[in-house]
Design a protein around this ligand. Structure first.
Ligand code: F6P
Length: 319
């Protein structure tokens, strides 16, 4: 393999730039040409491809977002779109593709691999919802962003003796809510994997109020429902002064943490190693701090599992 390509796809995540840098530098170290594909699969179909040099990835390791930009493409989901993408890759002579993104992006990588085009997936999403890896690139930074925000919310919550519902990202996955809830000592954590009755949340709040608690934080993953609706329901049921904060896309930005920079660097470099070893249709990951790789079809057929022991612990600590 003499030429490889790299793209980022789906929601951006802090640490993606560290992964791009690692792919480019590792490839150049092995004297392989690297091509950056801009705007994800959409840009690939449009031939938005540029050769990358050592300096192309200078001064990016500390930056959030993705220097290659990203997109969610409906057209690429079609046979026609995938065919056009392969033609674009062949035209430049790119022999293997590294795709950094979440499960939607991996579906794209899987499709191309099934059509005989070697792809390797690198898990990058703040949701931490990719099976076969303990952590995805961007999760740790997003977690720390949420923690910082909740620490601030707690100051005003205490001053006004209020209850806060904080809605965090995570369409189908509760990792961000669970980890932030545990790290912040939230009273209740509402996640899609473990639906909790509103009545339990209300009873817990009332018990807290009875023993003189001045404020409460409820962590809600967006996949469970609307924070605004939950806020209303909680205020009605408890009569407590309640406010709602939706953290939104602030969770996706910011300089990556040390953990995400290291994770991005390790996973990006490992994806290059796999391509050079002639592998295709694999996703890289980290398990027990060791680099691993799995078959992409198998990884996509599995469901990400949330650490229920952590959920239990969070509940025990917030009685
Ligand atoms: O998958 C990452 C994620 O941030 C989810 O947590 C969230 O539901 C979604 O992307 C938001 O997508 P968009 O940026 O397209 O609004």
């Amino acid at each position: 393999m003499k030429k490889i390509g790299i793209l980022t796809s789906g929601g951006d995540a802090p640490g993606m730039n560290a992964a791009i840098r690692a792919v480019v530098r590792k490839a150049l170290f092995h004297e392989i040409e690297v091509y950056g594909i801009y705007n994800g699969f959409q840009g690939l179909m449009e031939g938005n491809i540029k050769k990358m040099e050592l300096g192309s990835v200078g001064d990016i390791i500390q930056r959030g977002g993705t220097m290659l930009y990203t997109a969610r493409s409906e057209k690429f989901k079609t046979e026609e779109g995938q065919q056009i993408a392969i033609e674009q890759l062949n035209e430049v002579g790119i022999e293997g593709l590294i795709v950094i993104g979440g499960d939607g992006s991996f579906q794209g990588a899987k499709k191309l691999t099934e059509k005989g085009y070697p792809c390797i997936g690198v898990p990058g999403t703040i949701d931490n919802d990719i099976p076969g890896t303990d952590f995805t690139i961007g999760f740790d930074t997003a977690l720390n962003t949420v923690i910082e925000a909740i620490d601030k919310i707690r100051d005003t919550a205490t001053s006004h003796e209020r209850t806060y519902v904080v809605e965090v990202m995570g369409r189908d996955a509760g990792d961000l809510a669970l980890w932030a809830g545990l790290a912040d000592g939230a009273e209740s954590i509402l996640i899609p994997e473990q639906v909790e009755d509103l009545e339990n949340v209300v009873q817990k709040l009332k018990r807290g109020q009875e023993r003189g608690k001045k404020h409460s934080i409820i962590l809600l993953a967006e996949g469970v429902g609307s924070g605004v609706e939950y806020g209303k329901a909680i205020e009605e049921a408890t009569n407590m002064d309640t406010r709602v904060t939706i953290l939104g896309h602030i969770q996706r930005g910011g300089s990556p943490t040390g953990f995400d920079r290291v994770l991005g660097s390790r996973l990006g470099a490992s994806a290059v190693d796999l391509l050079l070893a002639g592998k295709a249709g694999r996703v890289v990951g980290i398990q027990k701090n060791e680099l691993v790789d799995h078959d992409i079809t198998e990884a996509l057929s599995q469901k990400h599992t949330l650490n229920l022991d952590m959920y239990k612990l969070a509940n025990e600590l917030s009685i």
